[in-house]
Design a protein around this ligand. Structure first.
Ligand SMILES: *Cc1c(COP(=O)(O)O)cnc(C)c1O
Length: 397
C-alpha cells in the first residue's frame, strides 16, 4: 500500500469543474489584478476568522513581511518569536532589518512558552531593547497560548502579530477582564493574523497566496497601501511597500474551497482519532509513540470546541530518523518539521551559540504522519502497523 504524506488529488477532483468555470470567468474578464473576486474572498475569510478586515496577499511570507513593513519595523528593532517554526517567520523579521529574539517552546504544544516569553520580555526591557512585536506561531494547526501571551503583551505594551499560516479556523480560549472565557479564532487576536494559502495548508490555492487579517480600522489602510508599493492614491507614495497582491485566479479557487474547509478540518480530526485508537490498540501509545497533545483540553467548554485543525499530525518518537527511513521504505510519506532550529541556521551565525533545549529536542524527535482529509482507515491502519513492526524489529536483541 502506498500512503503519501499529502494527496491533493481527491480534493481537486471533486471541485475541478467549479474551479475551471470560475478561473475561465476570470480569464475572460481580462481583469487580472485584484478586483471583485479578491475583495469577495477577503470578506469571506475575514468573516470565517472572526476578524473585521482581510487583505489578500501574494503568500504567507508576504503577509508577514508586509505586516512588519506596515508597522515600520526595521533596523534596531527586535521581534520575539520561537526558533521552532518554518523559516518564513524569522525571514520576514530579518528582511526588514530587524532582529528576532528567540524564546523556547512548550514541549507539548510546540508553541511559544509564555513563561519563556515573560523572561525574555523582562530581560529585553531591562536592556532597553526596542521590542516592536511578539510573533507567536500557531504551529501545526493549534493556537499558541494566546490568553497568557496577550496578557503579557498588554503588560509590556507590545503588539502581537499572529503567524497563523498553519492554523486557519483554529481557535483558543481567551479570558476577558471579568474572567469569562471566550473562544477566539486564529488571526482575530493580534494586530494582524498572517495566513498562507500554500497548497499544503488546510486551505490551499493552486499556487501561492496569503492573507492578512486585522481588526484595526486605521492599520488596514496602511496594510492596503503597503500591498501596492505604499501608494495612496495611485502614484503617490507616502511609504515604501511592495507588490504583495493576491491574484484573482487564486481568489476564486480559494472562495470555492473555503466552503468545504470546515468539513475537511473535521475529516482531519476524525483521522487523528483513528490514529489515537490504533496506537492505543497496539500498545504504542505514550511509549514509544507520543501522540499530539491537544492544548486547552482542561478549559471549561472545551469539548464543544473543535480547536485543532491538524495541518500536521506530529508524533514524537525515539529513533526518529531510523523510523522515517523505515516508513519511506514501506511507501509511507512522512516528514520532519523541522530538522534544524532557526537559531542553528547558517544564515544567522550570531545566534548559533544560543541554546533552546525544548525546541532542539523537538527537532530531534518529531515526525509528521499523513493526516489529509481523504486518507482512508486502511491507510492509517497500515501506517500504525508499520510503525509497530519497526519498534518490534528494533527491540529484538
Ligand atoms: C507556510 C508558512 C509560512 C509561509 O507561507 P507561504 O505562503 O509559503 O509563504 C509562514 N509561517 C509558517 C509557520 C508556515 O507554515
Amino acid at each position: 500500500m502506498n500512503v503519501p504524506l499529502l494527496d491533493l488529488g481527491p480534493q481537486i477532483k471533486t471541485l475541478r469543474n467549479d474551479i475551471i468555470q470560475a478561473v475561465t470567468k476570470v480569464i475572460d474578464s481580462t481583469q487580472y489584478i485584484l478586483g471583485p473576486e479578491v475583495t469577495s474572498l477577503e470578506r469571506d475569510v475575514a468573516a470565517y476568522c472572526q476578524a473585521d478586515f482581510g487583505i489578500g496577499v501574494s503568500s504567507g511570507t508576504d503577509a508577514l513581511v508586509m505586516t512588519m513593513m506596515a508597522m515600520g519595523i526595521g533596523p534596531g528593532d527586535k521581534v520575539l518569536t520561537t526558533p521552532y517554526t518554518f523559516f518564513a517567520t524569522i525571514g520576514a523579521v530579518l528582511r526588514v532589518g530587524a532582529k528576532p529574539v528567540f524564546v523556547d517552546i512548550d514541549q507539548e504544544s510546540f508553541n511559544m512558552d509564555p513563561a519563556a516569553l515573560e523572561d525574555a520580555l523582562w530581560q529585553e526591557r531591562n536592556a532597553n531593547s526596542r521590542i516592536r512585536a511578539i510573533l507567536p506561531i500557531h504551529l501545526f494547526g493549534q493556537c499558541a497560548d494566546m490568553d497568557r501571551i496577550l496578557k503579557l503583551a498588554r503588560k509590556y505594551e507590545v503588539p502581537v502579530v499572529e503567524d497563523a499560516a498553519q492554523a486557519i479556523g483554529a481557535c483558543c480560549p481567551v479570558t476577558d477582564d471579568q474572567g469569562n472565557i471566550e473562544w477566539k479564532k486564529a488571526g482575530s487576536m493580534g494586530l494582524t493574523g498572517c495566513f498562507s494559502f500554500f497548497p499544503s495548508k488546510n486551505l490551499g490555492g493552486i499556487g501561492d497566496g496569503g492573507l492578512v487579517t486585522t481588526n484595526d480600522e486605521e492599520f488596514v489602510e496602511i496594510l492596503r497601501s503597503c500591498r501596492n508599493h505604499g501608494a495612496n492614491p495611485k502614484y503617490y507614495h507616502s511609504r515604501v511597500g511592495g507588490n504583495f497582491r493576491l491574484d484573482p485566479v487564486q481568489a476564486v479557487v480559494l472562495t470555492i474551497k473555503l466552503r468545504h474547509l470546515e468539513q475537511w478540518h473535521d475529516m482531519r480530526r476524525a483521522n487523528s482519532r483513528i490514529y489515537r485508537k490504533l496506537f492505543m490498540d497496539k500498545g504504542l501509545f505514550h511509549a514509544p509513540v507520543e501522540l499530539p497533545v491537544e492544548s486547552f483540553a482542561d478549559v471549561p467548554g472545551a469539548e464543544e470546541q473543535n480547536h485543532h485543525i491538524y495541518n500536521q499530525f506530529i508524533i514524537r518518537v525515539p529513533d526518529r530518523d531510523a523510523l522515517r527511513s523505515y516508513l519511506h521504505a514501506h511507501s509511507i510519506g512522512c516528514e520532519i518539521y523541522y530538522p534544524l532550529c532557526l537559531h542553528q541556521q547558517e544564515c544567522v551565525k550570531d545566534y548559533n551559540d544560543q541554546v533552546f533545549p525544548v525546541a532542539e529536542k523537538a527537532a530531534r524527535e518529531t515526525l509528521a504522519l499523513p493526516i489529509y482529509p481523504e486518507l482512508t482507515e486502511e491507510q492509517i491502519s497500515f501506517v500504525v502497523d508499520t510503525i509497530a513492526s519497526f519498534y518490534a524489529s528494533i527491540s529484538l536483541p
